[in-house]
Design a protein around this ligand. Structure first.
Ligand SMILES: [Zn+2]
Length: 120
């Protein structure tokens, strides 16, 4: 994986990826829960929905609504193993390591922080 800054810059140049924005409801939810809790949610989603070697519904496991982290995943191309492979060359067919999972969570949280800073 590239640096978080490079990844965010590249994502910003994608019309599709940069179309995702946090709305007022997302922002209120994040403020209410706090960033530490949101990070725990992100860790949970990444472990549950992305970490297995084989994912039967890959490409469909991340909803478009329901949680700001889902939106962040679409914005950062960490929504499925197909996108992780295409954008970050994360190999398919292998379980994600703890380090890979932390990098993905780091990118998700960086995107969320950037969005939160934009609104103030
Ligand atoms: Zn995807």
């Amino acid at each position: 994986m590239q640096t978080v800054e490079n990844a965010l810059a590249k994502l910003n140049r994608s019309k599709f990826r940069s179309s995702f924005k946090l709305n007022q409801k997302d922002i209120e939810y994040i403020r209410e829960k706090g960033m530490d809790t949101i990070r725990k949610h992100a860790e949970d989603f990444v472990r549950r929905n992305l970490s297995a070697a084989i994912i039967a519904n890959d490409g469909k496991q991340t909803p478009y609504r329901g949680h700001p982290v889902f939106k962040a995943q679409h914005a950062t191309a960490t929504c499925c193993r197909g996108c992780l492979n295409k954008w970050y060359k994360v190999p398919l067919g292998t379980e994600l390591t703890e380090v890979q999972q932390q990098k993905i969570v780091g990118l998700i949280m960086a995107w969320i922080s950037e969005q939160m800073n934009d609104v103030v």
